[in-house]
Design a protein around this ligand. Structure first.
Ligand SMILES: Nc1ncnc2c1ncn2[C@@H]1O[C@H](COP(=O)(O)OP(=O)(O)OP(=O)(O)O)[C@@H](O)[C@H]1O
Ligand SMILES: [Mg+2]
Length: 275
């Protein structure tokens, strides 16, 4: 029989990530105490139902400034629903989300949607799609760390620059969606399965660019992924959701130097979830 607890790696689930508890995070305390803008995403006790079916149950987690937090869980468990609530596109039935102390609707994150094709403007070329986001950002007073041509170069999509979205493959369109989101230059980045269609080399490029972006902006990044290697490689924390309804069942604080141990632990946890 499989060990369902997994190895003891010497870390504990932080109090503010245990479902049903309301322990305030140190960052939220600091925020309140100093009223200082810190781009932190605070998700507190979010519940959501569609008709009579409850999808999310008291989901609580925090993404601190400069962190990449990855959410994992089975198909249909509620990741995109949570993502849409954090993006301000969907209202929760209970609980709250605040980004830097503000309602998500007042914040304009850099977003890659799961249906990434839908968000590209079909009447603009790849370059124009990216430039549109960059120009908007600069006009609104932001300082994106990468310019359009820099992103095109870094993501290896030079050959696609003059094509229209309908002329792109799935993975190519996903790279353009990523470039456009990062051209927008927000300190808050929301990514719903951004590498689901990317080949191995393109995924590596994307990770390099995202890590540079995070470093330059001290960005707060919420990522959804089905790939445990991606999650462990790129994240500071990995949060695993249960299904029916989704609750936080585990949060792994990824410590540098223990890549394989965390990967094994995560795979064991995800396999256990599927049994
Ligand atoms: N607008 C809606 N009305 C009714 N049910 C919905 C709606 N949106 C999502 N659902 C249902 O809620 C559940 C969670 O959907 P969601 O898209 O959040 O899953 P997910 O975890 O992102 O899955 P995947 O990994 O496949 O992307 C699913 O069972 C889905 O059918
Ligand atoms: Mg989804």
């Amino acid at each position: 029989m499989q060990d369902r607890k997994g190895p003891d790696l010497g870390y504990q689930v932080p109090g503010n990530l245990v479902p049903g508890t309301r322990a305030p995070s140190p960052i939220s305390n600091l925020n309140r105490a100093l009223s200082t803008p810190i781009m932190t995403i605070i998700i507190e006790n979010i519940s959501k139902s569609f008709s009579t079916r409850q999808v999310l149950s008291k989901v609580t987690l925090t993404v601190n400034r400069g962190e990449i937090v990855t959410i994992m869980g089975e198909n249909g468990c509620g990741k995109t629903t949570l993502f849409n609530i954090v993006a301000g596109l969907l209202e929760p039935d209970e609980g709250s989300v605040s980004i830097n102390g503000q309602n998500p609707r007042e914040v304009f994150p850099s977003i890659v949607f799961q249906d990434y094709r839908e968000s590209l403007f079909p009447w603009l070329t790849v370059r124009q799609n990216i430039e549109f986001a960059y120009t908007k950002s600069v006009k609104s007073g932001k300082r994106p760390p990468f310019e359009t041509e820099g992103l095109i170069e870094a993501l290896g999509i030079k050959d696609l620059a003059d094509r229209y979205p309908h002329e792109l493959s799935g993975g190519e369109a996903q790279l353009v969606g990523i470039a456009r989101a990062l051209a927008f230059g927000s300190e808050v980045v929301l990514l719903d399965e951004p590498s689901s269609s990317l080949s191995f080399d393109m995924e590596q490029r994307f990770h390099e660019v995202l890590l540079k972006y995070r470093e330059k902006m001290q960005a707060t990044v919420l990522l959804i992924s089905h790939d445990p290697r991606e999650a462990v490689h790129i994240s500071n924390k990995v949060v695993v959701l249960s299904k029916n309804p989704a609750r936080v069942i585990r949060c792994l604080d990824i410590k540098p130097g223990y890549y394989n141990e965390f990967l094994n632990e995560l795979i064991r946890l995800l396999r256990w979830r599927c049994q």
